[in-house]
Design a protein around this ligand. Structure first.
Ligand SMILES: Nc1ncnc2c1ncn2[C@@H]1O[C@H](COP(=O)(O)OP(=O)(O)O)[C@@H](O)[C@H]1O
Ligand SMILES: [Mg+2]
Length: 206
């Protein structure tokens, strides 16, 4: 039995966390993989925790934007080595809520695309990346409905800039022959879940 590595990507508010949880449950119910592991970036490891602390508004200035791409890349290496690749090697499924595509989109705005692309070029590509496509305005609606403190990423101008940056990322991935599926992320949670399942079913069949 072969493992599978899936990344869920999209703007904040596009539904990535919601969909990755539903997908984990669905994949578990399939009984097809030795294990199904849901994870996220920044990871739960030591570098990921450090990143989360420093992404909080009150700490935002401590490191400076230029440092984050390196931290995210270091976290990603650790995440792959300790959490993702061992599961996939055993025939398990890993679903990560964000991966290097998020770095390429978000951090290209501060340090430029090429710098981030270079830092991430060596990391294993997912067997499937699901890009949840939803306009920035609709993402903001969902973020506002969710309430709570906004992270500094979660502002409309930024969402629009990231939306544009993701287009560059998707072109880059296409040029690298990565398996990326763009899914319409409008509609109900269950509608989108059904689209995600179709994409995963197709990818798992190859
Ligand atoms: N299809 C949907 N329709 C309406 N609201 C949604 C939908 N999917 C998720 N949400 C809500 O939108 C907010 C953002 O969803 P979330 O899964 O956290 O997105 P992300 O992880 O991409 O930021 C949450 O409050 C979530 O409950
Ligand atoms: Mg999320």
């Amino acid at each position: 039995m072969s493992g599978i590595f899936i990344a869920i990507e999209g703007l904040d508010g596009s539904g990535g966390t919601t969909q990755s949880k539903l997908l984990r449950q669905w994949m578990e119910d399939q009984g097809r993989w030795t294990s199904v592991h849901r994870t996220w970036e920044p990871s739960g490891g030591p570098i990921g925790k450090f990143i989360r602390e420093n992404l909080k508004l009150e700490n935002a200035e401590a490191l400076g934007d230029n440092v984050f791409p390196y931290l995210f890349a270091a976290d990603r290496q650790h995440h792959l080595d300790r959490e993702i690749l061992p599961v996939v090697a055993q025939g398990g499924a890993v679903i990560t809520d964000r991966y290097y595509h998020s770095s390429l989109a978000y951090q290209s705005l501060t340090v430029g695309f090429d710098t981030v692309a270079q830092l991430n070029a060596g990391f294993r590509a997912p067997d499937l990346t699901v890009f949840l496509e939803l306009p920035a305005e609709a993402c903001l609606e969902r973020i506002l409905a969710r309430g709570g403190a906004l992270e500094r990423f979660e502002v409309i101008d930024r969402l629009r800039a990231i939306e544009a940056a993701y287009e560059t990322v998707l072109s880059y991935c296409a040029a690298r022959d990565e398996a990326v599926v763009r899914l319409d992320a409008s509609g109900s949670v269950q509608d989108i879940h059904a689209r995600v399942i179709s994409a995963v079913t197709a990818a798992a069949a190859t």
